[in-house]
Design a protein. Structure first.
Length: 590
C-alpha cells in the first residue's frame, strides 16, 4: 500500500513480485520453541525527583507535575478538566523501562496509555494501554525504551481532570548492574567493531559495522562493493575485556559465508585462534556452541556462499566476563492473552468520524499502481449500526475530495477511499489482534487489515525491514479467498510467508462478517479466520530458513480499502461503486 504520510513502505504485501522473483512462498507449520528468558524488572523508582511537566495544572492549585514524582503520596498532580491530558517525566538518559505504579486520586482516568519517547516531543510509542481502568493503585508491566515516559489519558471517570498522587517507574535490573559472573550474557551488544570493509551506498545504505552488534535484526553489516566482492572478508568486535566465549550467533543475509572461522584474540591485531571452522556454512541463522577465551572475536570468511560479499544482520557473542553493556530488553510474552487491553467497537451515531484518540487518517495517493486518493476522513464514518465504514468511491467529478493540480486546477483522482492507522495513538508487541469485518467486493477492490513495525515511522527503518503482518487481505476478483501473510527483510512481496483461505462452498467473503485474527508472541504467530487456523509461523524456522525475524517490537494497526493495484488489478466495466468495507470491531488482547 502507499507509505504513511511521513514516509513508509514503497511496496506492500504480495504486490511486489518483481522484487522477489528469486523467492518462493513458504508456510511453516511446526512446533514452537522456548524463547530467551526476559530480564527481571527492578523495584527502584526511576522517576522519583526527575523533571516532570504536564499538559495542564488545575487552575489556582498547588497540584503541579513534580508533585507526582516526589515520592510523597500526600502530594499530587491534577490537570484541568478535558481530554486528553498527560504527565511527562525526563528520566535523564535512555532507560529500559519495564513497569510502573500509578496511584490515582479520586479523579482518575478510565482510559490511558503509558508512552515512551527518545526526545519527549514526538515519536511517542505506547508500551501499555487500557480502556477499563478502575483507579486506585495500579501496578502495570510492559517493555520499552526511552529517555522520556508519560501517562497519556484519553477518558476520565469524573467531571474533574486527571489526578495522580504518584507515578513511579521501574527499569530493568540489567540497566546498570553487572551480570552474575557465572551467567552467560550477550557480550557484544553495542560494543565497538571493525571490518575488512563496510557498505554505505544506494544498494545498502548504512550497512556499517555497528549494525551487526545492535541487537536489531532489521539492520545489517555488509562488505563494500566498489572494491569488488573478494575473499577474505571479516568483521570483529572488542568485548572490552577478556571473556570466556560460549556461544556465537550469526544471522546471515543471503550474502553469507560458506567457508569461515570464528576466531579469538587478546589484542585484535594478531594471535588469532580459531574456535570454530567450517567449509559447509548454510547461511541464514547459525547458533554455534564454542569454547574460547579472548577480548576480541571475529568472523573470518574465506569462501562466499553467493556471488556477493559477506553480510550479517546479527553477530552475537555470548559468554562470561568481558565488559558487557546493559542487556537489551527482550519483550515478555503476554501473561493472559484473553485480557482486552484496547478496542474500538464503533458504537456511535450514523456519520460519526473515527475516534481521533484511537485513529488518524493517512492522506494521499497510493503506490503499487493503486488508483485511490485517501481522504482526510471524508470516506470514513460509522453507520449507526455499530460498524465503521471505509467507503471507496468512483468520483464523477473530482470536487474537494481530491487534490487539485496547481497548474491545471483540476482534480487528480478518479477514486477516493480511506486508510486509518493507530500510529501515534497506540502500538503493541505481542498479543491477539482481531477484527470482525465484512469486506468490500468488486473487481479492482482491495480491502486490508494489517500491521506495520512502528520503527518505519519512529526512526525511518525502510520496508520490508520494518516488518509487516497482514491479518487480512482480500481481492475483489477472488470473492471466495482471503490471505494472511508476514513480510520481513528476506521474505517480502511475492516471497512473503503466508497462506490463503477459501470459504467452504464457494461463499463470498463480501456477503457476511468474518473474524480475522493473529495470535502473536516471542515464538511465532498463528493466523485464524473465524477461529479456523490458516497458518502457524514459527520464529525459529523462519530464522533458520528464510531470514531474520523482525516482529519482537511494537507494531501499529492499519485499516484501508484500496482501489486497483498491481495485485488486484484495476476496476473494469463490471465493477460497482461505491464499495463499503464494514468493521464491526477491532480488539487487542494481551
Amino acid at each position: 500500500m502507499q507509505p504513511p504520510a511521513s514516509g513508509g513502505p514503497r511496496h506492500r504485501g504480495r504486490l511486489v513480485a518483481a522484487l522477489t522473483a528469486v523467492l518462493t512462498a513458504c508456510a511453516a507449520v511446526v512446533p514452537l520453541v522456548t524463547a530467551e528468558a526476559a530480564p527481571v524488572c527492578g523495584t527502584a523508582n526511576a522517576a522519583q525527583g526527575k523533571p516532570a511537566t504536564a499538559s495542564s495544572v488545575e487552575v489556582g492549585s498547588p497540584f503541579v507535575a513534580s508533585s507526582a514524582v516526589d515520592g510523597d503520596n500526600g502530594t499530587r498532580w491534577s490537570s484541568t478538566p478535558g481530554d486528553p491530558q498527560w504527565l511527562r517525566v525526563d528520566l535523564g538518559s535512555t532507560q529500559n523501562v519495564c513497569g510502573a505504579t500509578l496511584n490515582w486520586e479520586a479523579a482518575y482516568a478510565t482510559a490511558y496509555q503509558i508512552q515512551v519517547s527518545a526526545n519527549g516531543n514526538d515519536g511517542w510509542t505506547s508500551v501499555y494501554s487500557t480502556t477499563t481502568s478502575t483507579g486506585g493503585v495500579q501496578n502495570v508491566t510492559f517493555t520499552g525504551s526511552g529517555r522520556y515516559i508519560r501517562v497519556y489519558t484519553t477518558a476520565r471517570a469524573t467531571q474533574w481532570g486527571a489526578s495522580l498522587w504518584e507515578f513511579a517507574v521501574r527499569t530493568s535490573t540489567d540497566t546498570g548492574n553487572p551480570p552474575d559472573p557465572g551467567t552467560d550474557v550477550l557480550l557484544s551488544y553495542k560494543k565497538p567493531g571493525t571490518a575488512s570493509t563496510q557498505q554505505n551506498d544506494g544498494n545498502c545504505g548504512g550497512c556499517t559495522v555497528d549494525k551487526a552488534f545492535d541487537f536489531d535484526p532489521s539492520t545489517r553489516w555488509a562488505t563494500q562493493t566498489d572494491v569488488g566482492w573478494v575473499d577474505p572478508g571479516w568483521i570483529q568486535v572488542d568485548l572490552g575485556a577478556t571473556a570466556q566465549i560460549k556461544k556465537v550467533v550469526l544471522q546471515w543475509d543471503p550474502a553469507y559465508g560458506k567457508s569461515f572461522e570464528v576466531q579469538v584474540s587478546p589484542n585484535g591485531t594478531g594471535n588469532w585462534t580459531p574456535i570454530y571452522s567450517t567449509t559447509t556454512g548454510t547461511g541464514f541463522k547459525q547458533t554455534l556452541t564454542v569454547n574460547g577465551s579472548g577480548r576480541f572475536v571475529r568472523m573470518y570468511g574465506t569462501g562466499r556462499g553467493s556471488p556477493y560479499g559477506y553480510s550479517l544482520w546479527e553477530f552475537q557473542v555470548w559468554g562470561t566476563g568481558g565488559a558487557p553493556n546493559p542487556q537489551p530488553v527482550i519483550p515478555p510474552d503476554p501473561r493472559n492473552p484473553k485480557q482486552l487491553v484496547w478496542s474500538d467497537e464503533f458504537n456511535t451515531g450514523n456519520g460519526t468520524k473515527p475516534d481521533s484518540n484511537k485513529w488518524r487518517p493517512e492522506v494521499g495517493t497510493g503506490q503499487n499502481a493503486e488508483l485511490q486518493y485517501y481522504t482526510n476522513n471524508n470516506n470514513a464514518f460509522t453507520d449507526g449500526a455499530g460498524n465503521l465504514v471505509l467507503e471507496a468511491r468512483r468520483e464523477v467529478t473530482p470536487g474537494s475530495a481530491c487534490p487539485v493540480d496547481p497548474v491545471s486546477g483540476s482534480g487528480t483522482c478518479q477514486y477516493t477511499s480511506s486508510r486509518l492507522i493507530t500510529h501515534g495513538k497506540a502500538t503493541w508487541t505481542y498479543g491477539r489482534v482481531e477484527a470482525n469485518i465484512k469486506v468490500s467486493g468488486t473487481k479492482g477492490i482491495w480491502p486490508a487489515f494489517w500491521m506495520l513495525g512502528a520503527n518505519i515511522l519512529d526512526n525511518g527503518t525502510p520496508w520490508p525491514n520494518s516488518g509487516e503482518i497482514d491479518i487480512m487481505e482480500h481481492l475483489g476478483r477472488e470473492p471466495n479467498t482471503a490471505y494472511q501473510t508476514i513480510h520481513g527483510p528476506s521474505y517480502f512481496g511475492g516471497g512473503g510467508i503466508g497462506q490463503q483461505y477459501a470459504l467452504p462452498g464457494g461463499a463470498d467473503f463480501a456477503s457476511a462478517f468474518h473474524k480475522f485474527a493473529v495470535d502473536w508472541d516471542s515464538k511465532g504467530m498463528k493466523f485464524t479466520i473465524d477461529d479456523i487456523t490458516v497458518i502457524t509461523i514459527d520464529k525459529a524456522t523462519v530464522e533458520a530458513t528464510r531470514g531474520p525475524w523482525v516482529f519482537d517490537r511494537p507494531f501499529f494497526i492499519i485499516l484501508n480499502n484500496a482501489v486497483g493495484g498491481d495485485w488486484p488489478g484495476p476496476p473494469d466495466a463490471t465493477s460497482v461503486f461505491p464499495q463499503r468495507m464494514l468493521v464491526d470491531y477491532v480488539r487487542v488482547y494481551q
